[in-house]
Structure formats: C-alpha cells, structure tokens
Design a protein around this ligand. Structure first.
Ligand code: PSU
Ligand code: MN
Length: 295
C-alpha cells in the first residue's frame, strides 16, 4: 500500500483527510466527464480545508491518494476491474488496475487511518433481491468498518426500504444531514424516515467521537440530500425509471447488468439532467465530508 506523501503528512499531523472512491470514476460516470469530475471533487475537498485521498489499485499497488498520472490511468484505461473487498487481493497479486467500490474504499481508508469518506451513493439491496440475493457488499462491509461515509442515500433503481432495513439489521448508524428522511440520490427525499438527524459538521463529528468511545463497530452514514430545487424532476425520474425497468424485463437484462443498463437509460433519457444531479451531489458530499473531517 502506497500512501501519497501529502496524505501521509496530513494524517501524521492530525489534519483533516477525506477518502474518495474510484469506482465512480472508472465505472460510474461517462467519459470524458469522469476525469474532469474526479479532479473537481479533489479540488472541492481542498477548498473546504481537507486533503483528498482518492483510493484505487494501480498496476497491483494499492494507492491512498493518487497523483495526476494515476488519476488519468484510472479514468481512461480499458479493463479497470471493479473491486469490492473480495477483489482486492487478486487484483493486487496480479498487477491489475482496480477501481474500489464504497466497500473496498472504506476498508482501505480505515486501514490507512482515514476516518471520513465521501461518495455519491451507496450500493444496496436490489429490486428482486428476494429471488436473486443481490445485495451490495457495501452493506456488510459498513457493518464492520468504523468510518464516516457521506453520501446522498441510494439510487431509486434499488429497493430503498429494504436497504434501510438491512442497514438497521447490520447496526449501521444513519444520520440525516439537515433532514429527517433518507435521500434518494437523484431525488431529494425517499419519503422514508430516519431515526437521527444532525444539522452541523460539529454535530456529525460528535457522533463519530461517541461511536468510537462506545466501540460501536460499524460505519456512520451521513445522508446529505440535494436541495429540492436541484433534484431531478420527480415526474421525469419516475417515468424514466418505470420505462427502464420495463425495458430491462423485456430485453431479459438481469443480475449485474441491470444497474449499468438503468443508469445508461437515465443518462440518455433525461437530457443530461441525471448526470448534472450526480456531479452536483458528489461535489456537495465532498465539501461536507471535508468539513466533518475538520470538525
Ligand atoms: N451507487 C451509485 N453509483 C455507483 C455506485 C453506487 O449511485 O457508481 C458504485 C459504488 O462504488 C458502490 C458500488 O460501492 O457501485 C456498488 O456496486 P454493487 O452493487 O455491485 O456492490
Ligand atoms: Mn451485486
């Protein structure tokens, strides 16, 4: 594992550091926006007073904090593996390039001593999981890794109520940031209530301190919604999702192909609305994470 000198110095001096995931760069955002957005996310973390540490595997080496060349490789190279925790060892041993999911980024960030992590949305329970058993490894990983994950909830292409149930079972703390309900990524509100809310970075930091003193094992999710006037138009969203689910069923799209299929549909059927919202919420989460790390 190679820690970028800037990150290493900040950690040693007790200055704020924010971990960032790389699956969103390699697989979550379309090219060529992905590289530009990855740099913007890092810039926003800096502006908010923290050091960014984007995490990935480059030619088999785990990197905590990427230099320019590594970030370009990740954004543009073909065949970058999507790495959950179980993929880290084979990717490292075989010298592959790997983009880390929320689960793998959390695991590696904690290993490096980083306590706050910003992303767009978490993985969760897929629709139809009752038959397919398809639930993201993000959930089980967040049950054991003591890190703060700032996100905008989960996408409505997942089963959001089931995802919240699983987070409860797995003892993962969920805080609404200036909201009493769980956000739904493109939409500012899923309508599902949360038990706890915080209204300032200092309040979130106080929860993290208490969590660590009480030895509660898992993650603290800070769910940060897009403002209502910046969300994707709910009618447009519901229509694209409904038609996308129908098209997936008709074309026999199943299993791991469902998510990329639906996300592509959102990008191509909302006239860029979904991409704009996606970028905006990631930048907001990066800024908030930096403030929480500072606090
Ligand atoms: N949610 C999104 N966009 C993403 C992801 C999640 O809205 O790109 C990525 C994250 O890296 C997350 C991973 O950890 O997908 C979950 O994938 P899976 O469902 O295969 O566990
Ligand atoms: Mn899955």
């Amino acid at each position: 594992m190679r820690v970028h000198p800037e990150v290493e110095e900040a950690l040693a001096a007790g200055r704020p550091v924010v971990a960032l995931e790389s699956t969103i760069i390699a697989h979550g955002l379309p090219r060529p926006d992905n590289e530009r957005v990855a740099r913007e996310i890092e810039a926003v973390v800096r502006e908010a007073g923290a050091v960014p540490a984007t995490i990935a595997i480059i030619a088999g080496e785990v990197r905590i904090g990427l230099d320019d060349a590594a970030l370009s490789t990740l954004a543009n190279a073909g065949g970058v593996a999507k790495c959950g925790v179980r993929d880290l060892a084979p990717a490292a041993a075989s010298g592959a390039h790997g983009a880390t999911t929320v689960a793998a980024t959390s695991h590696l960030a904690a290993l490096a001593g980083i306590r706050v992590f910003a992303t767009g949305g978490l993985g969760g329970v897929h629709r139809g999981a009752r038959e397919s058993f398809d639930e993201s490894a993000d959930l089980a990983t967040l049950a054991r890794v003591g890190i703060c994950v700032v996100c905008a909830g989960v996408k409505s292409i997942l089963d959001i109520p089931a995802t919240l149930e699983r987070l409860e079972t797995l003892n993962v703390t969920v805080l609404g940031y200036r909201t009493g309900t769980f956000p739904a990524f493109y939409l500012n509100d899923s309508g599902l209530p949360l038990g706890w809310r915080v209204d300032t970075p200092a309040q979130a930091a106080a929860v993290l301190r208490a969590r660590s003193e009480l030895r509660a094992p898992g993650a603290v999710i800070v769910a940060n919604p897009l403002p209502e006037d910046e969300q994707v138009d709910p009618e447009l969203h519901d229509r694209v999702l409904r038609e996308g689910l129908e098209a997936a069923a008709e074309q026999g799209i199943a299993g791991r192909d469902v998510t990329p299929f639906l996300l592509e549909r959102f990008h191509s059927h909302t006239g860029g609305e979904s991409l704009r919202a996606n970028v905006r919420l990631v930048l907001r989460n990066a800024a908030l994470a930096a403030e929480i790390a500072g606090a």
